[in-house]
Ligand binder design. Structure first.
Ligand code: ATP
Length: 246
């Protein structure tokens, strides 16, 4: 993954670029990287703050032979890979906030956004977007209390190239294990070790339905296992919901 790289000095969003490349027939493993995003995206139409020159904005194009309903697991494969790469390259205690964020000290270092083009039971392509705050010295007021960067956490700056390479290397390893079983059984233990939500009270925000629960970690399908206040158990599906620490 990431051997065929398209670099953009400026783009609307690397996910949009990677989707264009996907439509044009680019091979699996193509990586769109940009120095700046004019319209960086988060989940549910939210935006990703993407100033020029300091951070990583990249989107990986994949064409896996899996069912569309299995695609949300790839967000977790990437989250694990980013967390491992950051820990290896910076020594920062990077952890995963299920399903799609990497945090340090409770603040967001990285967000992941997975998008898919599928028809019926066939995946045309999947794009996994990764935004990592590398050398941002400060953040806009509205996210300053929720966002951090590798530089702010480690007290020094980092080159982006080696970090991108480390994420791709870790991803290749985790992705090939995923494809071996079409689930996260080969990664689950390592993922749960890096998960911040383990043993914590969380608030589950499903569309039209919110509740408090105790979280235990993920199962082999990447669902977050929780126990509700009435004692019932639930496996929360990654595609649909947000989880907040409370
Ligand atoms: P939640 O944490 O509510 O579940 P999410 O994981 O769905 O949110 P994303 O959609 O991944 O969040 O990211 C978008 C949100 O992240 C924005 O609404 C904003 O609060 C925050 N954000 C935007 N840009 C950055 C950034 N560069 N670094 C950290 N956080 C950011």
């Amino acid at each position: 993954a990431g051997r065929n790289v398209s670099y953009f000095r400026e783009t609307d969003s690397t996910n949009t670029q990677a989707k264009r490349l996907g439509e044009e027939g680019a091979p699996a493993g193509t990586l769109a990287v940009a120095d700046r995003q004019m319209a960086g995206k988060g989940r549910r139409g939210r935006s990703w703050d993407s100033p020029p020159g300091r951070d990583i904005y990249m989107s990986l194009l994949l064409r896996p032979d899996i069912r569309p309903s299995d695609a949300p697991m790839l967000t977790l494969v990437m989250a694990q890979s980013v967390a491992e790469a950051i820990r290896e390259k910076t020594g920062i205690d990077a952890r995963i906030k299920w399903p799609n964020d990497i945090v340090a000290g409770g603040k967001k270092l990285c967000g992941i956004l997975t998008e898919m083009s599928a028809e019926m039971d066939y995946i045309n392509y999947i794009v996994i977007g990764v935004g990592i705050n590398v050398n941002q010295p400060s953040f806009p007021e509205d996210i300053a209390d929720r966002a951090t960067s590798l530089m702010l956490e480690a007290g020094r700056s980092f080159l982006r190239g080696p970090l991108i390479a480390a994420v791709m290397e870790r991803f290749e390893d985790n992705y090939s294990r995923f494809l071996g079983t079409n689930d996260l059984s080969g990664m689950r233990e390592a993922y749960n070790e890096l998960l911040v939500n383990v043993g914590e009270q969380v608030r589950v925000l499903e569309p039209g339905h919110e509740y408090n629960a105790l979280s235990f970690g993920i199962n082999d399908r990447g669902e977050l296992l929780v126990r509700k206040e009435d004692g019932s158990r639930e496996a929360v599906f990654a595609g649909e919901v947000s989880v907040r620490g409370i």
